[in-house]
Design a protein around this ligand. Structure first.
Ligand SMILES: [Zn+2]
Length: 147
């Protein structure tokens, strides 16, 4: 395996799935999820929807949700699922975003001691792996915020 160390601080961060979240210029920087909000009833959705699941309206606005919220519930994963890039132990957390829907994400090993209901978190870019071009593939994860 060859080294893919970045030659400068401006190495490209590539999202695991394009169009799901804003991609910051560095690891650990805040991430905003890209979703929809119904113009008729106000219901927020992540990921984006064409029709509102609450009132069936097709009048949906693209929105960039807040990068912070609170853990609703969580579970600790101690075994690595087949083909997963996540290294256990880690936490799967349900987060109620401050201005949006309840979303599911993970807390990495170094943060799981903070996994508890009511914990304030911020969504941040986390490294998953390097791709074949040497880019850093990132996803979003919840990081505990001191309150
Ligand atoms: Zn609606």
């Amino acid at each position: 395996m060859t080294s893919t160390l970045a030659s400068s601080g401006a190495a490209a961060l590539v999202p695991l799935r394009p169009g799901m979240f804003t991609v910051p210029d560095r690891i650990e920087a805040p991430v905003h999820l890209l979703g929809s909000r119904c113009r008729q009833c106000g219901e927020p959705f992540f990921p984006k929807r064409v029709y509102c699941a609450a009132c069936t309206s097709g009048d949906m606005a693209d929105v960039e949700f807040a990068d912070s919220g609170e853990i609703d519930t969580f579970t600790i994963v101690r075994q690595q699922p087949p083909n997963s890039v996540m290294v256990p132990p880690y936490a799967i957390v349900r987060v109620r975003l401050d201005d949006g829907p309840s979303i599911q994400t993970v807390m990495a090993t170094d943060d799981i001691a903070s996994a508890r209901i009511g914990q304030r978190v911020q969504l941040a870019a986390r490294r998953l792996m390097e791709d074949e071009a040497g880019n850093t593939v990132v996803s979003f994860m919840a990081r505990p915020v001191a309150t």
